[in-house]
Design a protein around this ligand. Structure first.
Ligand code: UT7
Length: 324
């Protein structure tokens, strides 16, 4: 088997949905001033979902993973690798992948987390692709699952309006036909401080701030350039050009970043899967969530060429080209 191929997609959003109006009202009650107009104009976000207390990333990932397995015609027994991309794990350890594995009943297979924040799903899929191609796995469940609502500072209007909770998943199987064509991953740790949750556990206490900090403008400026270069590198590795892309499935952080990438790649917005309006930024979950929405709506079809790309804390970025 020469390739790895996505054979099923799934996603899950927690039921509690907050429109901008709902969030604006909640924040106003705390004395934090923002507006639907500002959020829509600067980000394209109109609503997001927040998980209930007692629900964990593994629960969201499990629901998404079950749907992906069903779509692939596979069961938990078929799975020999689970990778979960998350920055909001259930516990410090063990990995959310191990917890999800037990809830799924796929005990015994390899399971681990990938931590690359909003690029996490692209990283996880590239790692799974390598493992499938080398024969280390035949049927991988690759999940992006996040509960960012737990790490938001609801007194900081510059960040708390941007993020949501959710999960997406794909089943990746060994195949004689493509499949994942190429990937391009990068990180530059000198930008750690522009997007981070600086707190850590020490001696039974949390030291440092355990809530998300972001220099939005710095992230924005870096993101637009890096996404274009990763997209072009991925295309070049597969000997394809931007004209070969049927769908861009980008990380859903800000509609303006997606529009800028589409412009640079000369793609019309009709070829971009957009879910940021309904999901907000769900970090590592946003790409598989968008992919599943595209597939289940019938827009994204088998045989089409897809470019997935993400950028996030680290700073990390990457792209992955595949035939669905
Ligand atoms: O997922 C990982 C990757 N993350 C991203 O890609 C995020 C990248 N960054 C962004 O998407 C944008 O930078 C933001 C959406 C975060 C901010 O948009 P911006 O156009 O860069 O706004 P800004 O930070 O320049 O702020 C403009 C103004 C400021 O007021 P002054 O200084 O001009 O008076 C802010 O204080 O908007 C103000 N502002 C708000 N006003 C109402 C900031 N947040 C809010 C808010 N409501 N929620």
């Amino acid at each position: 088997m020469k390739y790895s191929r996505i054979t099923g997609t799934g996603s899950y959003l927690p039921p509690r949905r907050l429109t901008n109006a709902d969030l604006v009202a909640e924040l106003a009650a705390k004395g934090v001033e923002t507006s639907d107009d500002w959020i829509v104009e600067r980000t394209g976000i109109r609503a997001r979902h927040f998980a209930a207390d007692g629900v964990f990333s593994s629960d969201l990932g499990l629901a998404a993973g079950k749907k992906a397995l069903e779509a692939a015609g596979r069961t938990a027994e078929d799975v020999d690798l689970i990778i979960v991309a998350t920055s909001t794990p259930d516990m410090v350890f063990p990995s959310t992948a191990c917890i999800l594995q037990n809830k799924l009943g796929a005990n015994g297979c390899a399971a681990f987390d990938v931590q690359a924040v909003c690029s996490g799903f692209v990283y996880a899929l590239a790692v799974a692709d390598s493992m499938v191609k080398t024969g280390a796995a035949k049927c991988a469940l690759v999940v992006g699952a996040e509960i960012f609502s737990r790490i938001l500072d609801f007194n900081d209007r510059t960040t708390c309006v941007l993020f949501g909770d959710g999960a997406g998943a794909v089943v990746l199987e060994a195949s004689d036909t493509p499949g994942i064509l190429s990937s391009d991953l990068h990180a530059d740790g000198k930008h750690v401080g522009i997007l981070c949750v600086p707190g850590h556990v020490s001696g039974g206490a949390i030291l440092g701030d355990p809530l998300l900090k972001m220099d939005g403008q710095a992230v924005f400026k870096l993101a637009v350039g890096l996404l274009e270069s990763a997209a072009r590198a991925t295309l070049a590795k597969a000997n394809l050009t931007e004209a070969d892309i049927d769908w861009l499935v980008p990380h859903q952080a800000n509609i303006r970043i997606m529009q800028s990438t589409a412009r640079k790649l000369k793609l019309s917005m009709d070829k971009v899967v957009v879910t940021v309006d309904q999901h907000g930024n769900t970090s590592a979950a946003s790409i598989p969530l968008a992919l599943d929405v595209g597939v289940r709506s019938g827009q994204v079809k088998p045989g089409q060429t897809l470019l997935l790309e993400g950028v996030g804390g680290g700073f990390t970025w990457g792209a992955l080209l595949l035939i669905l």
